[in-house]
Design a protein around this ligand. Structure first.
Ligand code: ZN
Ligand code: ZN
Length: 267
């Protein structure tokens, strides 16, 4: 089945903290490698420039959205980053209405991946979609404020589906990759591995052991990164993660697939 993946770059923003604090093992070597190979991830002041990607995956089966970005002006992630998302406009540009999305897969439930889950009136924004999340992520969230804000309206509408562990989902495979959060998952398609935050900075494809300060369990996150890099090498699929500008391989050259370039992601 032919699968088409489109990057929807909800926002581009500078990480609000120094990159050395975000990635505690950060060195001059990492900085030089990133600047030489992936300058689109380096801010003018040398800081970390992040993209916030959702992925639209279309096939004859329907339209699937992977992650929902930072959300509108005033959302928690938008306030943290000092910007705003534009996912609804990008979806419209792609010719897909919110009602046409039949599945929303959340790689995990962080504020910058679930920002457009609901409308301002606390209804599911994707009214005909089943939202798929790992049970371990739900267990981790409990009934806390993140669940209340981003998932409870989905559950109330009967649109939340929990899955447990790695499994098939339609033409995709969900691959459990804990560490960043307990129920983090990647979406394996025929075109790319949609990696969420299994790696947050592109240098982690070159140095998987480079940990991120907001990883829930850094040692497990490193294991998951190795796991996905091994999968990418075995399948030949690039890893299209949420925040790096480009799709990545592990030790090999960095790929910049035209199908996976930001449509409107540049500032
Ligand atoms: Zn995250
Ligand atoms: Zn993220």
């Amino acid at each position: 089945m032919e699968v088409d993946v489109t990057v929807l770059c909800d926002a581009v923003a500078v990480f609000p903290e120094p990159v050395q604090r975000a990635l505690p093992g950060w060195s001059a070597e990492h900085q030089a490698w990133t600047a030489a190979n992936l300058p689109g991830n380096v801010a003018a002041d040398g800081g970390w420039l992040l993209h916030f990607h959702s992925y639209l995956v279309t096939s004859e089966r329907g339209a699937v959205l992977v992650d929902t970005g930072i959300g509108p002006a005033g959302s928690e992630a938008a306030q943290w980053l000092g910007t705003r998302g534009r996912l609804p406009t990008l979806l419209a540009d792609a010719g897909v209405g919110a009602d046409e999305i039949d599945t929303v897969i959340l790689t995990h439930v962080h504020l910058d991946h679930a920002g457009w889950n609901t409308t301002s009136s606390d209804r599911p924004r994707f009214a005909n979609a089943t939202y798929v999340v790992q049970q371990a992520e739900l267990d981790h969230l409990g009934d806390g404020p993140t669940y209340e804000r981003y998932l409870k309206p989905i559950a109330t509408a009967g649109q939340l589906r929990a899955v447990s562990g790695s499994c098939a989902l339609g033409e995709f495979r969900l691959h459990l990759t804990p560490g960043h959060t307990p129920g983090h998952q990647c979406v394996v398609t025929d075109v790319a591995i949609l990696g969420g935050d299994v790696l947050v900075h592109p240098a982690q494809a070159r140095w998987p052991e480079l940990t991120y300060v907001y990883e829930r369990d850094p040692a497990v996150a490193v294991t998951s990164r190795h796991d996905v890099l091994t999968l990418a090498a075995a399948t030949g699929l690039p890893i299209a993660a949420a925040h790096p500008q480009t799709a990545l391989t592990g030790s090999g050259p960095v790929l910049n697939l035209s199908a996976l370039t930001c449509r409107l992601g540049q500032r």
